[in-house]
Design a protein around this ligand. Structure first.
Ligand code: SF4
Length: 286
């Protein structure tokens, strides 16, 4: 993918794809969710998608407000149910491109069961899952992704649970495309979102996004520069992680313990639900 050569400016992107009447956005200062929308629209633009054939679906939460800002058909659905609605849209209209915005609470907590089964079916959907380690909009409760030891309104003495690794889960149950990036990496997410949309079958792109308001201020990361730097410090590329695990010193290996792996976790081919459904229709002459 060529990037800088063909990318629209932010103003061009705004004028082409956004509903100006919906502005200003609801996002707090220093929130990374707007960057996710930016990257998604750059990917949509680079693929030349027809917005009349593209649907944006979301559940409930801060990141789920994104579907309303795009000048395209969309559904802002119920909490945790974005994938159910998206599955119906895609099954009924296989020619549409369906992109889902969801959060870690919405997509992996309340909607976790729907996530599992959409991947199992290999629905041809692209899920952009915004992970801010918390239920931001609903009050800063602990989510399935909240790191061990983190403070939230439901873990005032520190979280004792282990966080869910969404990408490893999606990979294990066969999602054809799985990637994770922090929003502080601008180009890799655009490329991954474009690859995910182009992939037949289920694609999951997890975006690590700073939430200074609900997560940051309870965990010593209220300062905007500090929280964005923290996200840069927390991550390690998959290749680098593997290299250190194999060849690193004991100190380097010990330092990996708190790191979050980023990169493309899976990129495989697997027959999608739509392909198998079409074959069935042909066979039984439905
Ligand atoms: S509460 Fe957190 S995730 Fe929600 S808009 Fe504010 S900073 Fe962003």
């Amino acid at each position: 993918m060529s990037t800088a050569m063909t990318m629209k400016t932010a103003a061009q992107l705004r004028d082409t794809y956004l509903r100006r009447e919906m502005f200003p956005t609801i996002f707090c200062d220093g929130c990374g969710i707007g960057n996710v929308l930016n990257y998604t629209l750059w990917a949509v633009d680079q693929l030349g998608l027809d917005l009349d054939r593209t649907v944006f679906v979301s559940g409930i939460g801060c990141s789920s407000r994104l579907s309303g800002y795009v000048r395209a058909d969309g559904m802002h659905t119920t909490h945790g149910r974005a994938l159910s609605f998206a599955t119906g849209i895609k099954a009924a209209n296989p020619d549409l491109t369906v992109i889902i915005f969801t959060g870690d609470g919405d997509g992996a907590g309340i909607g976790g069961n729907h996530l599992l089964h959409a991947i199992r079916r290999n629905m041809d959907l692209t899920v952009i899952l915004v992970n801010n380690f918390t239920y931001g909009m609903t009050g800063g409760q602990a989510a399935p992704t909240t790191p061990t030891g983190s403070f939230s309104t439901t873990t005032p003495y520190g979280n004792v649970e282990h966080p869910l690794d969404i990408c490893n889960l999606a990979k294990a149950i066969g999602a054809p495309y799985v990637a994770r990036w922090p929003v502080s990496y601008p180009y890799q997410p655009i490329k991954s979102i474009a690859q995910g949309i182009s992939k037949r079958g289920f694609a999951l792109i997890e975006m690590l996004v700073p939430c200074p308001t609900a997560y940051g201020r309870r965990n010593g990361l209220k300062d905007l520069e500090r929280i964005w730097q923290w996200y840069r410090d927390q991550v390690v590329l998959l290749d680098e992680h593997e290299r250190i695990e194999q060849f690193g010193s004991p100190a380097e290996r010990a330092a990996l313990a708190d790191k979050i792996k980023i990169g493309v976790f899976q990129d495989i081919e697997r027959e999608s639900f739509g392909e198998r459904w079409s074959a069935l229709v042909d066979r039984v002459k439905l």
